[in-house]
Design a protein around this ligand. Structure first.
Ligand SMILES: [Zn+2]
Length: 88
């Protein structure tokens, strides 16, 4: 085996991008480490969706308990203000 083949064999064996290109076939550029696509086809750092589905996040802000609690706090504040007005 020639030196050249020995030196570039790992490079040729690296995972390839499988994105469809305009002329039909696959891209075949080296895929970004840990991803299935090259840097041109969605493998760039910072690209892709956020972890998990944040649109489906359940925060409990509108549960019956949370609404009732806010209502109680508002009522208490109202009474405190009324009391302060009466004390003047
Ligand atoms: Zn690609």
């Amino acid at each position: 085996m020639s030196d050249h083949v020995r030196l570039i064999a790992p490079m040729l064996a690296s995972p390839r991008c499988g994105a469809k290109i305009r002329s039909g076939g696959a891209c075949r550029s080296p895929a970004v480490r840990g991803k299935k696509r090259c840097r041109m086809h969605g493998g760039a750092p910072g690209s892709g969706p956020p972890r998990g589905n944040r649109n489906a996040r359940k925060h409990g802000l509108f549960t019956r308990d949370a609404i009732a609690e806010r209502k109680q706090v508002q009522a208490l504040l109202g009474e405190a203000r009324k009391l302060l007005q009466e004390m003047k």
